[in-house]
Design a protein around this ligand. Sequence first.
Ligand code: SF4
Length: 609
Amino acid sequence: MNGWIGRCLRINLTEGRHNIEEIDPGLLEKFIGGRGLGARIFTDEVSPQVDPLSPENKLVFSSGPLVGTGAITGASCNVITKSALTGGLACAKMRGHFGAELKFAGFDLLIVEGKAEMPVIISIMDDKVKLTPALEYWGRTTVETEELFKNNLGDPWSARETYLVSIGPAGEKLLPLANLINDRFLPVGGAGIGAVMGSKNLKAIAVKGRHSLQVADGNRFMQVVTTLINKLNSAPLTQSMSQTGTAFLVGLCYQKGILPQNNFRRAPLPLRNIATDALNSAFALRSRGCFACPIACIKKADVKHSAYEGKGMAPTYLAIGSLGVNCGITDLTTIGMASMMCGEMGLDPVATGGTLATIMELVEKKVVTPEELKIDLRFGNGEAMVEALRLMATKKGYARRLGQGGLALAKEFGRPEVFMGVKGHSLSPFDPRAIQGMGLHFATCNYGPHHLFAYTFIDELLNVHQSLDPWEIGGKPLLVKEYQDTTAVMDSLGLCNWPLMGLKFNNYVPMVNSCLGTNYKADDLLFIGEKIWNLERMFNLKAGFDRTHDTLPERFIKEPVPDGPAEGQVSRIGEMLPEYYHLRGWNEQGEPRPETLQALNLEVGECQE
Ligand code: SF4
């Protein structure tokens, strides 16, 4: 096959056995691979009512057909499961090299089911699949786990070629805030997935392979890839990404009042401490790219501090927003420490930052005192935040309750309105009052309010393909639908979405066709993206979500931004939602109409009752 391998590795941890299955070519055609194929198989095999932490829940790792082929940014492996945080479908995008290595080992898909009796690590070395007892790894951080595993291989060359995804202490303790970490320090976005892996007693998965991949028309493929690389390299925004990673967004979001402070209640503090040039002087940044990516937006850094010493990922936009400014913290070293600690402990930085901001507001409102918490968690107290992170992942003291997530915490204190999230997941650090389309996306996203499932800021803030005022709502429902569908199909192909800052989606089509030997037009691919979005929506409706969950916290609807550039703005979600439903072909309850499902060639029963 071209691009695809056509094989799935299924591992049952309860029985300690595995088998290799052929993937139905009809499913590849209908759902492409990656996120689409993973979601289709997961929703077919797992009940929407399943307890996320039960052995009946599954983890599906799915690499797209372009991954590992040399297609530009073809590196993405999606992880699909039912989230321990939201209770809905979870999808996490794994960057780096793990996804390509899974293909080189001979698999598009890895399905993990059941529960091991004792902690284990799965190793996949081509067709050799092994479950190794992992008691000596249990309790270790993600960085320690990777180092120990590679040391135990006893062969430095083999260690270099082996890629791992693992959980930290947070996943072992089944904290709903837990995520996965791959390639030593890359967070796999999506809180709740780490707890699912922990519930299976699965500490890590290691993969290495030597298979080569086939593309349909090698000459044409290389020509198209070279053109795309040149185009991308000359785009100004991708140059900014290459220099400082996603942190370049900090200044732009600040100027438009999008960057939130103190649990989304204020415009941010003066920018000088957290601007891009400050990042460069705070850390000696080193670049690293995912497989076949010329941008190399991942920035590595070292932190040396009396409270912490380590190496990891330099603060990204998400870390600066969620763990920094939205907690009232602007010291980059502290943000760097917090971000690296999240990585080591296996905590999702957005959901963790949102939880800390929630408790800080509860402290400020005197709903709970620092004495009761035994940590002085006030806005701006970086030392206390670092201490809370250390305790949270070890489930000690009060921090045990923090690990349940912001919504559970706010409810415990009888103040659910203080939690700034949707469907139980904290918002990515974009104030939805100051970027209306992103607000609509947050309210309707199948995976909780995460900006990585619709890059509306490319047009609302950066004005790349069209120039839309972030504070206005005209054209936003269509923009949101288009970015959601585009993202769904790019995730399915296995492509990173960040290059959309320099390329149009149409630009990718010749690369896809020369790789796969297909004749897709852009609209055919976007149609598949729309189908995937609806499939995911159907699962969530059956899992208990409905129209009432397609909203934002009241703060954004009723309380205008108090100061800063976006002063006076509120979210106009109520005006945008009906048009969005209409464009999606959904009824007033937000349910796909039968004729919509039929037009998308999706069966009503394509998702389990
Ligand atoms: S742009 Fe960044 S995240 Fe995307 S593939 Fe390249 S290095 Fe990875």
